[in-house]
Design a protein around this ligand. Structure first.
Ligand code: SF4
Length: 242
């Protein structure tokens, strides 16, 4: 079985949605927030391939080239989002240019294997300092951030980064020193350092095994949730009978 964080997240959100997308291969519609997020990710990936010290104009040109125009309601909404992205990148640039570093790797595929399950994922950026690594994941969505003793409370983020953490160790034979989520929005430009321990890793492995078993047992049921209103398969879901 081949899994990825997106597949696991989709299954946990709604097993029937997983079934529509990954078993029946129904296509999802383009969405403006996904286009926006992908644009910012690929812009920063390209940017961090440059030698020190690139100019803001270098960053702006990459942004222009990488812009994805799918899923917007109209030209007006697209322009508004474009300007928003430019402002976010301006903040990012001014905050990071003085300690700019060329990334060790960007959009690196990492692989983790448990039993006969292969889990893949793409880490946005890996930096290397001396013999230590740092993994960075950019987030452009609106996230509420709360803290507790283990850091950030956001089940999906913890699960995603924990999978990357395990996969990194699996491939690089060493845990990364820092695991960072970098939040990018108009009112937030903030790096959050996550702390992982054995308990979180055990929980992650348990979740992967559990999702894998349920998929193998064709356990696809409707799970109504807060994202139903954005689901591309509302009609199919209503008609669904098993
Ligand atoms: S509408 Fe909700 S319950 Fe139905 S498939 Fe989509 S996410 Fe699942």
């Amino acid at each position: 079985m081949k899994l990825s964080f997106s597949k696991i997240r989709t299954y946990l959100e709604c097993p029937l949605k997983y079934y529509f997308i990954y078993i029946l291969n129904f296509k999802t519609k383009p969405k403006s927030y996904l286009s926006f997020g992908k644009t910012i990710h690929s812009t920063l990936s390209e940017f961090h391939k440059l030698e020190p010290y690139p100019s803001f104009d270098d960053l702006r040109k990459i942004y222009e080239e990488k812009w994805i125009n799918e899923g917007f309601l109209d030209k007006e909404e697209e322009e508004k989002e474009y300007k928003k992205g430019l402002l976010i990148l301006k903040n990012y640039y001014s905050k990071n240019i003085f300690n700019y570093n060329k990334a060790y790797m960007v959009e690196k595929e990492v692989i983790y294997k448990i039993k006969d399950i292969l889990i893949t994922g793409f880490v946005d950026r890996i930096d290397k300092f001396n013999d230590e690594y740092e993994i960075i994941e950019y987030k452009t969505g609106k996230n509420s951030i709360e803290y507790n003793s283990i850091g950030l409370i956001d089940g999906n983020n913890i699960l995603q980064m924990s999978i990357y953490y395990l996969a990194f160790k699996y491939q690089f034979k060493k845990y990364p020193k820092n695991i960072i989520i970098y939040y990018l929005s108009l009112d937030k430009d903030e790096k959050i350092y996550l702390n992982f321990n054995n308990n979180i890793s055990k929980e992650t492995v348990k979740t992967i095994l559990n999702v894998n078993n349920k998929i193998l047992n064709n356990n696809f049921y409707k799970k109504e949730n807060e994202f139903c209103k954005y689901c591309d398969f509302i009609k199919e879901c209503k008609e669904w009978k098993r």
